[in-house]
Design a protein around this ligand. Structure first.
Ligand code: CO8
Length: 263
């Protein structure tokens, strides 16, 4: 499919989706969100994609938030519709059965931070800046930021960031547990791809089970979470990958995972 506001590429089972409106620091408008949603459809339909990487075009910004030019024209109902649409799209991103890594290469503000928070983890360039500055516009985060940020960092840290609208550096974001790794901008994509390749070499069934167990379990109590893990574990044991993984260990060779269930 031809896109104008994103660049979508797949190579060796690793998909990369680049937010591509550099003139507006890759801000999210309706057209971009529609294309992003179409790309998610492509990813859901493509069994060969093992890992997805999200990043921003240019060297200055990942995503500088929702497009304020568009936002300024919304009445209350239109704002609700846009918020719902963004939330639904970002939830579909979070629910992808494959691991998703955000490669944050500059500003990740408002909807940009929210677009990174829904990924499985974040690597950031040294120039990355995170923040939920909506309070400065007289609004609040509307793409899940008030919910995902306190779940990832602490409730109080999220409140401070959201109440003050302050921006934090990549290293500060790493220190509060928002970012896994900080690297020079020039090596960010190499570092992300290196990790993506390691993940892509693992079994698809077990990756999917691990992601689902962690995500569903974190939204519930420990006992229910452990039960979710039990079911996911049992599903893995029914896969060819589990047979291959255990057999390869016993035969002292490297496992080759095919991602097939036997059930
Ligand atoms: N929307 C539209 N255009 C933008 C945005 C944006 N979010 N951010 C930057 N731009 C544009 C600028 O207007 C400018 O355009 P032009 O060259 O035509 O004047 C161009 O990008 C470059 O920006 P700057 O000149 O401002 O670059 P600086 O390096 O001086 O500053 C900043 C960079 C700090 C990132 C600054 O641009 C900025 O503060 N941007 C806004 C950040 C922000 O407030 N983001 C939050 C937006 S609200 C949001 O995300 C809510 C999400 C939920 C919505 C729910 C729906 C209702």
């Amino acid at each position: 499919m031809a896109y104008e506001n994103i660049i979508f590429e797949v190579e060796d089972g690793i998909a990369s989706l680049t937010f591509n409106r550099p003139k507006a620091l890759n801000a999210l408008n309706n057209d971009l969100l529609n294309e992003f949603s179409d790309a998610l459809d492509e990813i859901y339909a493509n069994e060969d994609i093992r890992v997805l990487i999200l990043t921003g075009a240019g060297e200055k910004s990942y995503v500088a938030g929702a497009d304020i030019t568009e936002l300024a024209t919304f009445n209350s109902l239109q704002a609700k519709h846009f918020s719902k649409k963004g939330q639904a799209t970002i939830s579909r991103l979070q629910e992808l059965p494959i691991p998703v890594i955000a490669a944050v290469n500059g500003f990740a503000l408002g909807g940009g931070s929210e677009m990174a928070l829904a990924c499985d983890f974040i690597y950031a360039a040294e120039n990355a800046t995170f923040g939920l500055p909506e309070i400065n516009l007289g609004i609040i985060p509307g793409f899940g930021g008030t919910q995902r940020l306190p779940r990832l960092v602490s409730k109080n840290m999220a409140k401070e960031m959201i109440f003050t609208g302050k921006m934090i550096s990549a290293t500060e974001a790493r220190d509060i547990g928002m970012v896994n790794k900080v690297c020079p901008l020039e090596s960010l994509m190499d570092e992300v791809r290196k990790t993506a390749k390691v993940i892509a070499s693992k079994g698809k069934v077990s990756l999917r089970a691990a992601k689902q167990a962690i995500n569903s379990g974190m939204d519930t109590d420990l006992l229910t979470g452990c039960n979710i893990e039990c079911d996911a574990f049992a599903l893995c044991m029914a896969s060819e990958d589990a047979k291959e993984g255990t057999t390869a260990f016993l035969e002292k060779r490297k496992a080759t995972f095919k991602g097939m269930l036997n059930v």
